[in-house]
Ligand binder design. Sequence first.
Ligand code: ZN
Ligand code: ZN
Length: 328
Amino acid sequence: MSELRHNPITRQWVIVAENRGARPQDLVVQQVIQDTAHCPFCEGHEEGTPGEVLALRSPESRANECGWRVRVVPNKYPAVGAASPQADSSSAGFERDDITVLPGLGVHEIIIESPRHLTTVTQLSVAQFAEVLTVYRDRLAALRNSGQFSNAVVFKNSGAGGGATLAHLHSQLVALCADRSIYADRSPALRESGDCPLCATIETDSQRLVTKSEHFLAFCPFASRFAYETWIIPRQHLPRFEETASEILPELARLLRAVLVKLEATVKSSAYNYIIHTAPFDTTGANHYHWHIEILPRLSNLAGFELGTGCFINTVSPEHAAAALRDH
Ligand SMILES: [Zn+2]
Ligand SMILES: [Zn+2]
């Protein structure tokens, strides 16, 4: 028996249909090709990427040379183009018949998360992962403070099933100059819902709780789109990830890493995406927003029903998913 569930934050419907989980060909088995000799993200191959915009590196080392721990470079193949300093939101779009057209202005950066050729973040120590989260925070803060961008998203594609094309551990950051959010912005839903649905989750969702720490909580959403989908939220209602205090980033790194370790042990795969949703930069009063990290395991391909309807079929109920994750 299946059940339709609605997520008020993503505004998407989900069909929880656990019987479909028994289908024999449900798993995506794909390998990312590993070629360390030519990997542009390995230490010593810095010339293989555009010049770094930020790096955590030893004091005696020099930019774009060895000696770094985390390195941020522009994407060689960006999804959005170089932001022009002259660009402003008033000239950024125009109406043509019923179609709105916006220039693809923004930045697309790669965060290389280890000088070694590691392939999943669970291979990082908590301290190393905390440095990665610090770089996410600091790049988001710098782009927001530049005043050129309206919104940004940090995301990781892990494994071939998660859309990764290079195996070497990395995440991406896309910031846009568009005068509106063109991706799944949670802002309108959170603004219009009155009481924050994520704060309500903290009060009521113990059945779907995966783990928690002093400042953070991990849970499987009631209307999870993906099997074992897990969200991490601050227990306090805070709008901006980029304002996270340095003292609690190691705690967040420990929790996020622990969830990913549980996930990899439960589903025997490191194919997933995680996405950091923070309040849009151009929102002056962002008090409606509750930042969150979504972890979306990619155990099966999106297929015609999902693409055709925007509604997802989930073959593991979030109650069973949370119980399995808690046990690992
Ligand atoms: Zn590499
Ligand atoms: Zn909240």
